[in-house]
Design a protein around this ligand. Sequence first.
Ligand SMILES: Cc1ncc(C[n+]2csc(CCOP(=O)(O)OP(=O)(O)O)c2C)c(N)n1
Ligand SMILES: [Mg+2]
Length: 659
Amino acid sequence: MTQNLNQKAVNTIRALSADMVQKANSGHPGKPLGSAPMAYTLWSKHLNIDPKNTNWMNRDRFVLSAGHASALIYSLLHLFGYDVTMDDIKQFRQWGSRTPGHPEYMDTDGVETTTGPLGAGLSNAVGMAMAQAHIGAKYNKDDLALFDNYTYVLAGDGCMMEGITSEASSLAGTLGLGRLIILYDSNSITIEGSTDLAFKENVRKRYEAYGFETFLVEDGNDMDAIDKAITQAKSNLNQPSLIEIRTQIGAMTPLAGSAKTHGAPLGDDNIKALKEAMGYPSLEPFYVEPAVYEHMDVLLEEKHKTYLSWETKLEAYKEKYPEDYAKWVEDNRDLTVDEFIEDKALWDFGDKPVATRSLSGIVINRLNKKYNNMFGGSADLAGSTMTMMDGEDSYSEENYAGKNLHFGVREHAMAAIGNGIVLYGGLKAYVATFFVFTDFLKPMARLSSIMGVPLTYVLTHDSIGVGEDGPTHEPIEQLTMLRAQPNFIEFRPADGVETMAGWTVAMTSLDAPVGLILSRQNLPQLENSSPEALKGAYIIDDVENPDVLLLASGSEVSLAIDAKAKLAEENIQARVISMPSFELFERQDEAYKEKVLPKNLRKRVAIEAGSSVSWGKYVGLDGNYVTMDRYGASAPGDILFKEFGFTVDNVVSKVKEIL
Ligand SMILES: Cc1ncc(C[n+]2csc(CCOP(=O)(O)OP(=O)(O)O)c2C)c(N)n1
Ligand SMILES: [Mg+2]
């Protein structure tokens, strides 16, 4: 049987994927087998990438939203010359390998984002496409378009079922993101069997309703038809595209079409049958025909040329538009803490009581004057979260240069899109909503932390201070939740200076997301607040020989300071510690921790309008709490603070209980 090299390459992807799962005795072979032809067609004929320059800003992005099909992307990366060796392929899913169970950003050369939680990748891709459109609008010139890459997604039935996908796609359609192209591997199978069990909707009609152009390829093995559909999708720059491609899960094996191939090794007999059906030249596991590697070399040479021609464009751009070029370089610079500390004007907030959400709004506008690449917005709460950049346009289909983002009421997709924007590069991105709705975006914040994506979350209305809206809108356990999340920098400032400290962390973070947790109600400007807040906790009001430590964050710091004064009247000496961020405090050295929280000082009271759960490790067995361990209520905020014990008298009596 003579086969053309493209078919041989597809067969190789299928064989490698099946072998990987078999050797690991773990993984998902079904989807790689079904989607190999579409993936290979995309990568070989369309994807502008250069494995020699994997960080090339204008590379096309490929996102495997169906992350369980990781064997597929590792096979592709290996064949397409990335730093994924045959040894890596053989170490699939093993301890310390570069080929983990699901594609993980930073673990594997060429993996653009961590996927696995279905729908996350597709939503990241919407963010990447938004970022490309924005940067393109800002920097492209009629004669020199530096940023015009496409963003491609490979998604499955599971992605299509998840709600986040609807949120993100609806926004993508609204924004007319023409350079976003989704390949939908439609095999009508998920883990439990036929999609008919739970999913009979017409996905293409749904996407048409979102504003996508849609295509159907009836035969997932028909690479010409797939190629044609991608070509057409690329030519429509006014609408994003969804290409539904019908495939068979576990294609070319005796189990083709069966959910059994979804998430279990095929077994030696079925792999033998697969290789025979494909006319594969060897039954040896991990065999790759030399002609396939040679064919890939030719393809990669072409792709490298595309990169080189971009580099030539960049050189021309530098010459012709030096100011824009300098701006772009500045956009991509890592900012330093010092440059924030040294700019005194950033830290001046006067002495009137102001809500930290409003202070954050002031900071955002100061930062936007200073830095060219702020890009953010909220899930329909800009006025409440104070996240608008004054004088800047809204980002829209008509104006991608706009910096104020409108996510609509879509918190879950907002966070995933924010991750995608940061992953694209060159932008300081923030997303915003009420703190209580952190619950609606948590899975994507978790991925920010896993990936180390420095996305800023502006989370306002942070306690019972919300007041009249009542318990549905009053966060209680959300701080505990975020503190439990490794590599998430939660930061709950007490006043203007601490709010600026929080933003300093956010603007300089390179490998962790930052959540700014901000009050709805006014808070006093504290006399001794300082950039020491950058350390996560610091002594804000001290005494010579403290009898007790008062630990507080955000709106409760001033209460702790007032209680300290009252205690002094009764000859009880209290040290007040402002603790905006557990995560940052834990990163300090032991000497600093000991200075702030001496181990032998065991009389400690935590004061925070949130759950007590996360405070145990600092409060210990000899301490006490003034916290919120029930849901709130609907009433004016000041009444709620009083009713729930956030008063000087109650703090004093809680101190006396333990002395
Ligand atoms: C948010 C989320 N929920 C559940 C899962 C577990 N899971 C992994 S794959 C899968 C089914 C996916 O079906 P489909 O996308 O059609 O993939 P195929 O079976 O075709 O390979 C599920 C439920 C997950 N990875 N993410
Ligand atoms: Mg499926």
